[in-house]
Design a protein around this ligand. Sequence first.
Ligand SMILES: [Zn+2]
Length: 246
Amino acid sequence: MLQTPEHSSPRSPFWWSHTQDGIRLGFTSIGAGSLSLNVGEGGEQNRRDLERHMGLESGALRFLHQVHSADVLDAEAEFPDAVPTGDAWVSAQASQALAIMTADCLPVLFAGRRQDGSPLIGAAHAGRVGLLGGVLENTVAALRERGAEQLTAWIGPAACGRCYEVPQRMVDELAEARPALASMTSWGTPALDLRAEATRVLQEDGAVVVDVFGCTLEDPDLYSHRRSQQEGTPDGRIAGVIWWKP
Ligand SMILES: [Zn+2]
């Protein structure tokens, strides 16, 4: 099932946001600034400003050290490092605000309910490597292990299948096993459609997929790493965030 929700005004820190049964989620725009501490300017302050906008305490929004893995973390666990390393995480705890950073890769947010009605949330960073490595399947499995039913997955803005140019060799290698990946840029060169493949994977795993859409390369209200390299536009990271309060 595909839905196309309304998008926020570009002045909002959120490019798109949504509330579902007390669970709140969204994807930031460049209006929120870069949420990375390493890419772009003012990441620390931008995080504090976003938390204030979200009605969260300072420091409540939690970020990962993302490494293009397929590793899913339990956000309620104790971590040896202040910023845990992984590319997805899940939580059943109220007021746990999970963030994932992207700038062309797919940000995917998850929400489900246990049989007793209590919410479960998740957030995943799915670039080409993570997607092929199974980060989305692993996130769905982690949520199901914790009792999630009625799982919804929101796929946020990323490089679209008409912009994500790659060598023909890469399309040949990957599309045989995963034909949904094969695409062509709007200028007629080989491309990958990560969104189509992510949709297929998530639907196959029984999730309701909400395609928020948005192309980071085409929409100037979003950060794009590729566009910053090609056209010198400011580099930064948007965040996909999800949280709930009882
Ligand atoms: Zn595009």
